[in-house]
Design a protein around this ligand. Structure first.
Ligand code: ZN
Length: 449
């Protein structure tokens, strides 16, 4: 396939851009990127009036939450969690399959080609919920990095979640190893890679964090958790462990180039230096942080310090929009609202969504930029309609303008979106399935609306 006539923003090391360039895709790889028309033979697609970017990488999500949106809409994080845990306790494999399909379809429509998921609720009689979301990703066609999450610190032991949604530590470790053995693919063009992700300092024990890190490192997979999201969490850590969340993680061996944290909102200068010197990554989720009033991440300080930083939509229950393109826009706006007009450039935010996310997932050699040899994960945005046609900088049109139609989304060389519609799943049927799953779950939890 030869895409030509569009502005091409490569996000390569020189940040090369071609005002009327071309991208050649052969099989699942990009083979040529350059200015002007291509001199190759092949299936030519005229995409004039469009902008081609690398596909976006979503570094934090909870896909199952797609069917629990719009609850506790005016609460703090701890209040919101306390309201939602009992609802989440009723999920099962069928509900998760439907919810994950909904989340991933919606992400694809916002330019996302690779997504993580942080799944940490495993009801005893819920079936194979982890396998269900992998099935969903394969059906939608996105590259997928599910993380096997966990909670073992229930209310009776001083944690936040109710006891009936937490698991036993030994069971967690066995199930986590089994998920890695069954699904993790270390090969360079992998569509599925697994990581290990105990939920947060206030829902897991230090013993689980330590043993989970050892397991992940033995298995050669990455580590992920929520950290430094709210001041309540900082207070919890100071009270219980006598230190900040980052110091707590340092103590447990949880910093390093194989670790990334969701949020990292409340960080001191020292904590930022520690993150940079240890190579620890961040999933910046501006919309969710604002929705829960958690604060504004020091994303530009992290970026300037050389911390690996990507963007995430976070779970749909704390970000009903779940649009990764919207996170790019919010990354710029929130950074500037916090630190002034020159705090974060438009192209820096696009880098966070592309190469930044690839670095967070340690896939910078394979995805994140448009370069020969990389996997064919790309987004083609239509910018010749009323909303964007006169915005002279096409990258600003994408980031600062209204969300443009997505002309084409390729993942591993295969079309997932064409002309702003997902082509792998029927959205009308899916909407009906989502509504039914949400109703079943809320009824199960006794929520009356
Ligand atoms: Zn989260």
């Amino acid at each position: 396939m030869i895409l030509e006539g569009a502005t091409v923003v490569t996000m390569d090391q020189q940040r090369s851009e071609y005002p009327a360039g071309h991208v050649v895709v052969e099989g699942n790889r990009i083979t040529v990127v350059g200015p002007g028309p291509s001199d190759r033979d092949g299936d030519r697609v005229d995409v004039s009036g469009c902008l081609i970017t690398p596909g976006f990488v979503n570094t934090h999500h909870h896909l199952y939450q797609w069917v629990t949106r719009g609850l506790a809409v005016d609460s703090t994080l701890f209040g919101w969690l306390t309201a939602l845990y009992p609802v989440w306790g009723g999920i099962d494999a069928d509900i998760v399959r439907t919810a994950a399909t909904g989340s991933l379809v919606w992400l694809a429509r916002s330019g996302c080609t690779t997504s993580t998921d942080h799944h940490y609720v495993f009801p005893r009689d819920g079936g194979d919920v982890f396998g269900a979301e992998i099935e969903a990703a394969s059906r939608v066609g996105l590259r997928f990095h599910p993380t096997r999450g966990s909670m073992d610190l229930g209310q009776s032991k001083g944690g936040l979640p109710p006891d009936r949604v937490v698991e036993d530590r030994d069971e967690i470790l066995v199930a986590t190893q089994a998920a890695i053995d069954k699904y993790h693919d270390p090969s360079p063009d992998a569509m599925v890679r697994v990581a290990v992700a105990p939920c947060s300092p206030f829902s897991v024990t230090p013993e689980l964090l330590t043993e989970a890190a050892a397991l992940a490192r033995r298995s050669g997979v990455l580590l992920h958790t929520h950290l430094a999201e709210t001041l309540d969490e900082e207070e919890f850590c100071r009270e219980k462990f006598g230190c900040t969340p980052i110091e707590y993680m340092e103590r447990l061996g949880w910093l390093g180039p194989d670790v990334w944290f969701a949020h990292a909102v409340h960080l001191s200068d020292d904590a930022i230096r520690t993150m940079a010197s240890t190579g620890t990554g961040v999933a910046h989720c501006p919309s969710s942080n604002a929705r829960l009033g958690a604060g504004i991440c020091r994303s530009a300080d992290l970026y300037r310090a050389g911390v690996r930083i990507g963007l995430g939509v976070d779970g749909a229950a704390s970000n009903e929009a779940s649009s990764l393109l919207e996170e790019v826009r919010h990354a710029v706006l929130f950074a500037r609202a916090r630190g002034g007009p020159e705090e974060l450039a438009v192209r820096d935010a696009v880098e966070m969504a592309t190469m930044g996310g690839a670095r967070v997932l340690r896939r910078e050699a394979e995805i994140g930029s448009l370069e020969p040899g990389k996997l064919a994960d790309l987004a083609v945005w239509r910018l010749d309609g009323l909303g964007h046609v006169d915005v002279v900088d096409p990258v600003a049109a994408l980031v600062l303008g209204a969300p443009p139609p997505l002309e084409l989304l390729l993942v591993n060389g295969r079309p997932v979106v064409e002309k702003d519609r997902v082509v792998t799943v029927d959205e009308t049927d899916l909407a009906a399935e989502v509504a039914a799953a949400s109703k079943t779950l809320l009824t199960r939890a006794g929520v009356t609306l």
